[in-house]
Design a protein around this ligand. Structure first.
Ligand code: GLN
Length: 453
């Protein structure tokens, strides 16, 4: 039984009116999962929403000072669809500002790993992953541009599902990079993800990139569903500890009957520069709208001095956002754009066709992150380039719009570890089938179970 079914079959529901909210607020003051918490009826299954997705009349800031006090006048399509199926909105979850980050540290309130508070929770959808790891009955609506669902899911020991690009409407999502952004889900069970994915996916009049994946899907062969490819080139990027845990997973999958094959993917090391050029170029254009006029907080009233007005308003961006505005504006500048942005688009095309060749024959599997969960202080001392480099395994499927899922597969010194499975476009459900199968063989551990009866 999945947890949504279990919740509705309970004779007595958890006390959502008082004790639960008190416990959640207390824990939240340490872990910083939620930016705001709403009262819920207790009769319906609760869901949380990453803070870059609009919920009508609920402060939505994408974790940025520049959007403080912004109250969207409408619900994002995903939120509207959840409410129409009587799910209860529980709150907005913490994230790296505008989605810029891998460890949650580009947020004013540092998210902490629920398994050990000295460690990172991952990012950018940090709050969504923490909420999923601490709440018994809950599903998180999150978003990934370049790994923001996979990374925190792996560090917090939950299932994080990023659908095919375009499977879920982006209407009401605060854009980071439009050609990469995907709304997805985090849960403690692949069955719950399937249930909710069925509700939120599908065409939307407000998003012309949104499609019906069922209509596009090409039936898979049995060999394709039973074959898992390991990319040779990833070995050069993995920590020794990660390598040994991961080889344990590979043996288990072999015992479960999967055919494990290795394959070359020589373009792997091009994924990071390609992604960061494209995502920063798009981010810098998206952030141009926060001027203090139509969008964005203003520090002072406008006095017809445009330069000082914009400068003051835009000083509300955090350091990483400023870095991306500068680099993104540079790479698409008229004199250099064919050297950077144009080249990145070409490499992106190559990456997609090479990955597709592999995915036509089976899944691709790797650890989700190349390192063990870092301590907050260690992640804080990484340079931006070191930080970007750690996205090496999560970026390829994001850059190419392939669906992928991160699932917990082991624990190291009490901290969870995740592996990431990628499938061909529109084969989203095969990933969920795989994780459901895996869940029969693996016991998830959680330190907190808030809301259990
Ligand atoms: N770490 C990546 C970045 O900073 C991914 C973030 C995301 O998926 N939103 O761009």
């Amino acid at each position: 039984m999945n947890s949504i079914e279990e919740f509705y079959s309970l004779d007595k529901k958890p006390d959502y009116a008082e004790a639960f909210l008190e416990d959640l607020s207390e824990l939240n003051s340490r872990l910083n999962a939620f930016l705001n918490i709403s009262k819920i009826s207790g009769q319906n299954y609760p869901f949380s929403v990453k803070d870059n997705i609009c919920v009508k009349n609920v402060e939505t800031t994408a974790s940025s000072k520049i959007l403080r006090a912004y109250l969207p006048p409408f619900n994002a399509t995903v939120v509207e669809r959840m409410l129409s199926k009587n799910f209860d909105f529980l709150g907005k979850t913490n994230m790296d500002e505008f989605g810029f980050g891998t460890f949650g540290l580009n947020s004013d309130r540092v998210p902490r790993n629920p398994f050990n508070e000295d460690y990172v929770a991952g990012g950018s959808s940090s709050g969504a992953a923490i909420a999923t790891a601490v709440l018994k009955y809950h599903i998180a609506i999150a978003e990934s541009t370049g790994g923001s669902i996979s990374a925190p899911s792996a560090f917090c020991g939950v299932v994080g599902f990023t659908p095919t690009y375009g499977a879920v409407s982006r209407h009401g999502l605060i854009d980071y990079a439009n050609s990469l952004d995907k709304i997805g889900l985090m849960s403690r069970s692949a069955k719950d993800i399937r249930h909710v994915f069925d509700i939120i996916k599908g065409p939307d009049n407000y998003d012309s990139t949104c499609i019906d994946i069922g209509k596009r899907k090409i039936p898979e062969s049995e060999t394709q569903k039973n074959t898992i490819f390991l990319i040779n080139q990833i070995n050069g990027f993995l920590d020794e500890d990660v390598k040994s845990h991961f080889s344990g997973l590979v043996s288990k999958l072999e015992n479960m009957g999967f055919a494990i094959k290795t394959i070359d993917f020589s373009l792997l090391d091009k994924a990071i520069p390609t992604y960061y050029i494209i995502s920063m170029a798009e981010a810098s254009t998206n952030l141009a709208r926060y001027t203090g006029f139509k969008y964005g907080s203003k520090n002072n009233e406008f006095s017809h001095d445009y330069n000082s007005f914009f400068t003051e308003s835009r000083s509300n961006f955090g350091t990483e956002a400023k870095r991306r505005i500068i680099l993104g504006t540079f790479v698409r500048g008229a004199s250099v754009k064919s050297r950077y942005y144009g080249k990145a688009l070409k490499v992106r095309g190559l990456l997609i066709s090479k990955m597709k060749e592999i995915l036509k024959q089976g899944f691709i599997l790797s650890p989700t992150m190349p390192i063990l969960t870092p301590k907050i202080e260690d992640a804080n001392s990484l340079t931006p380039m070191q930080n970007y480099g750690l996205d090496i395994l999560t970026i390829p499927p994001n850059l190419s719009g392939f669906p992928h899922v991160s699932f917990p597969y082991d624990y190291d010194k009490g901290l969870p570890m995740g592996a990431q499975l990628i499938s061909d476009h529109f084969n989203d459900y095969s990933l969920l089938d795989f994780v459901e199968n895996w869940e029969n063989a693996f016991e998830y551990k959680f330190k907190y179970n808030l809301g259990s009866v």
